[in-house]
Design a protein around this ligand. Structure first.
Ligand code: G6P
Length: 362
């Protein structure tokens, strides 16, 4: 039960919270269903989004990374332009806004000072806003025009896992309901696809021993690592890199696969781990090419891909899910790899040095 504040038999909250993700996705589907079993969202939120000419997604850390996936969802399913911004930058370096902006604040805690600073300004300007948060009654929730809850249960580990996937799932529901309201006919059923995502996550979290082996093989004694991908796979790479660096202290960068050759590839040495996220058909071959370039320079390469796209030597193959929702599943092995890298180093997985769960100073 996600509401049980104890760790139960788990050594760390992070592992428990990773494991809770399939159930959390199923709970989100339930919480956002009407009596007829249709996905539903407060009609005022839908009306406000429909009236807007651009969505601005604001967040920090992992929440900002979830926002990048949200951008793809709203742009592709709703045809509304989206900008994603780091809260601390937006607050003091605000871009030119469109005529009818709509703001989405992503915040697990609902208390991040950087995000709140933006919300204060948005309220002064009189624009509509929605906070998507895990904490009912939190500051960002109270001060925004609207709130949607994650319903993933309390997240205790500093490294965020189920909040990231929860934020993406809630945005997927939102994009789906909005598409309906817009009269845009989607060629897939969101509820069904999210259920498949939950099942696929379950397969991944059942693969722990294999993922621990890979983590030990590639991360022992290394000081830096890379995740690469393109498009949605790039966004997951950013989150995967953050997760690994924050709890293992291995300096890790998430990189756009095609950009690596424009400088950063000079950092690749014998044994540098380079992990590629490959779930998008149109860019798979290019990312494989980019990974091969690093392997030729000595990198220890790992492929995270999806059934139907795998090649013989690919180490991590997740069950097939809808390509737009792939980040919900490809991120899970990267969470577990980070967890085992931290565990292998005898670090306190749940309480990495210098970090706080919620940062309430700007
Ligand atoms: C802190 C946490 C991160 C989190 C970020 C944003 O830095 O350590 O895990 O992603 O704050 O937090 P929020 O609660 O706004 O999502």
């Amino acid at each position: 039960d996600a509401n049980d504040l104890g760790k139960g038999t788990y050594p760390y909250y992070m592992l428990k919270e990773i494991d809770e993700q399939p159930a959390a996705i199923r709970r989100i589907i339930q919480e956002y269903q009407d009596d007829q079993g249709q996905l539903t969202i407060d009609s005022e939120i839908i009306a406000a989004m429909q009236a807007s000419d651009r969505i601005y997604i604001i967040g920090a850390g992992t929440s900002m990374h979830a926002g990048l996936v949200g951008q793809a969802l709203f742009e592709q399913l709703n045809g509304i332009p989206v900008e994603v911004h780091v809260a601390s930058e937006f607050a003091y370096n605000m871009p030119l806004l469109t005529e009818k902006p709509f703001f989405i604040f992503l915040s697990q805690s609902g208390e991040t000072a950087d995000s709140r600073q933006v919300l204060v300004q948005v309220n002064e300007l009189g624009y509509d806003s929605l906070t998507i948060t895990n904490v009912k009654g939190s500051t960002l929730s109270r001060e925004a025009s609207y709130t949607l809850l994650l319903h993933v249960g309390p997240e205790i580990a500093v490294a965020s896992t189920k909040a990231y996937t929860g934020q993406i799932a809630v945005m997927a529901v939102l994009a789906d309901v909005l598409a309906n309201a817009q009269g845009r006919k989607l060629d897939f059923d969101m509820e069904t696809e999210l259920s498949l995502v939950a099942n696929a996550m379950e397969t991944v979290v059942d693969d722990k021993d294999h993922l621990h082996e890979i983590a030990t093989q590639i991360f022992t004694d290394v000081r830096n690592a890379f995740y690469i991908g393109r498009g949605l796979d790039y966004y997951v790479s950013c989150e995967a890199a953050l997760k690994l660096k924050e709890i293992s202290y291995i300096q890790t960068e998430g990189f756009a696969g095609g950009e690596l050759k424009h400088g950063t590839i000079s950092l690749i040495e014998d044994g540098t781990p380079v992990l590629a996220v490959i779930s998008q058909k149109d860019t798979a071959a290019h990312t494989r090419g980019n990974l091969e370039e690093t392997r030729a320079r000595g990198a220890n390469t790992v492929v995270i891909t999806m059934e139907g796209m795998e090649r013989q030597d690919d180490q991590i193959v997740i069950p097939a899910v809808h390509s737009l929702l792939a980040p919900l599943v490809t991120v899970v092995p990267t969470q577990l790899l980070a967890y085992y890298a931290s565990l292998d180093r005898d670090l306190d997985v749940d309480k990495p040095r210098n970090l706080a769960k919620a940062v309430t100073v700007e």
